[in-house]
Design a protein around this ligand. Structure first.
Ligand code: EPZ
Length: 422
């Protein structure tokens, strides 16, 4: 199991290319199941999660080929021969559940392992199942699997989500694209990754409108044709790297970044004393001379502050002047980075979904444990500014969502290296 060693001190200066969005790519890839013609994705990120989704699609009979060192994926699903998403793949990546909707729409059947929980929460899929049932699927749960049937195909329906779910919105969009009649999604997720999925489906011939709002209408069609689609920029990778100079001083430009992907996050950066400027090629970021000020953060569905940037922001606020309050409203257990940051000298008290951070002058390097994808990177950021060395163990979490993180930071002057096989 690899580890990452970070030696703190020194500014971060330079340009960081931002990759295509993991969470867009993971919902775009299952769209191949909806058509007998090839779907090509460009600007795909090179991540272990993408490899896992590739393995899953190939297990169903799709053919996946890559070009340009993995940045271009071409998927052909004209002869599916298996409709079961097996536990040993699904357990590695919860997004596997996103083959449920397209398999039901295309083949009228699907057997998908229940994904189970993960470090940040129980992660139930009841809203996914509610949406599939609303579209006419018969769903039974047994032996740890979802057994779904729609022998006469799916039928459009009105689906009113009791609360916003990104994945359930995505599954419903994928399934409703080939359903007979009209589907209206209420309280739909508004994330840029949803907009990206809809734009890809439209390029395949789907009839959808309202993406980016909480009400999306889908007119089902008989078939979808192939397409080529560019994966949207990863706003979470973008926000993560935007924070680096806030920890260390210096100035970076995140290439390909657009403020509109992260307006709530950028407003909080401004409140905290970080200068953000949109350039022609990306987003330029530096810390103001006044230093970092404590702020309050509450995670919400888009366009609110993203839960996937909460850990990174908490790490930054550990050395901001004053008391910050962070409320995690999306997941029930997403403060596992707090005890690790405390090992570095942070003053954090957690009570349920609320964390209070009292700023200290400087963190001290220490051996720490990565617990989930975004917690891992928050420890790297903390290590960049801490005194001495920080060794982050279990970095396989990191490789799921961050492409070549040590290389991107080394190129900007960070003292960071990967230690193989610790
Ligand atoms: C997506 O997860 C992202 N993953 C997550 O990113 C992200 O944190 C999350 O959306 C919120 O933005 C991918 O896109 C692959 P939800 P998803 O359904 O779809 C509850 C990362 O770090 N819920 O919007 O699973 C759920 O437990 C990952 O890249 C139900 O109760 O999130 C959570 O509390 C982490 N029943 C809340 O809703 C359901 O059927 C929001 O979950 C579905 C969800």
């Amino acid at each position: 199991m690899d580890a990452i060693l970070v030696t703190g001190g020194g500014e971060i200066n330079g340009k960081i290319p931002i990759a295509g969005a993991k969470n867009a790519c993971l919902t775009l890839m299952p769209a191949t199941l909806l058509s007998e013609e090839p779907l090509t994705l460009t600007n795909a990120p090179r991540l272990s999660d993408i490899k896992t989704m590739t393995t899953l699609l190939e297990s169903l009979g799709s053919e996946v080929s890559t070009m340009q060192d993995g940045k271009v994926l071409t998927m052909s699903s004209n002869k599916l021969n298996n409709f079961t998403a097996a536990y040993d793949i699904v357990r590695k990546m919860r997004a596997s559940i996103l083959v449920l909707g397209p398999l039901l729409a295309r083949e009228g059947q699907a057997v998908v392992s229940l994904p189970g929980g993960c470090a940040i929460g129980a992660r139930p899929v009841d809203l996914h199942l509610m949406a599939m049932r609303a579209l006419g699927a018969e769903i039974e749960l047994h032996d740890g699997y979802i057994h779904a049937k729609a022998t006469n195909g799916l039928t459009g329906a009105n689906i009113d989500f009791p609360f916003v779910s990104v994945g359930a919105t995505e599954n419903a969009l994928l399934a409703a694209s080939l359903a007979k009649g009209t589907t209206i999604l209420k309280n739909a997720a508004r994330e840029p990754e949803i907009v990206d999925l809809v734009q890809c489906l439209i390029s395949m011939g789907a009839k959808i409108e309202g993406e980016g709002t909480s009400s999306i209408t889908i007119q089902g069609v008989d078939r979808l044709h192939g397409a080529t689609h560019r994966v949207v920029t990863d706003r979470i990778e973008l926000g993560t790297y935007m924070l680096a100079p806030a920890f260390t001083g210096g100035e970076i430009e995140c290439l390909g970044g657009k403020i509109e992907l992260l307006t709530a996050f950028c407003e909080k950066l401004d409140e905290c004393g970080i200068i953000v400027e949109q350039t022609k090629t990306g987003i330029r970021v530096k810390r103001s001379d006044a230093g970092l000020k404590a702020i309050n953060v509450k995670t919400e569905p888009f366009p609110g502050f993203p839960t996937d940037l909460q850990a990174q922001m908490m790490a930054l606020l550990c050395t901001a002047t004053g008391k910050s309050i962070l409320e995690e409203k999306i997941f029930e257990n997403r403060f596992m980075h707090a005890p690790e940051l405390s090992r570095m000298g942070a003053k954090i008290s957690v009570n349920g979904g609320t964390a209070i951070v009292l700023g200290v002058d400087r963190l001290k390097g220490a051996p720490v444990m990565a617990t989930d994808l975004r917690a891992s990177v928050s420890l790297i950021l903390a290590g960049l500014a801490a005194e001495g060395e920080t060794l982050i163990n279990r970095v396989y979490h990191l490789d799921r969502g961050y492409e070549r993180v040590e290389e991107k930071l080394q190129n900007c002057g960070a003292k960071i290296e990967r230690i193989r096989g610790r």
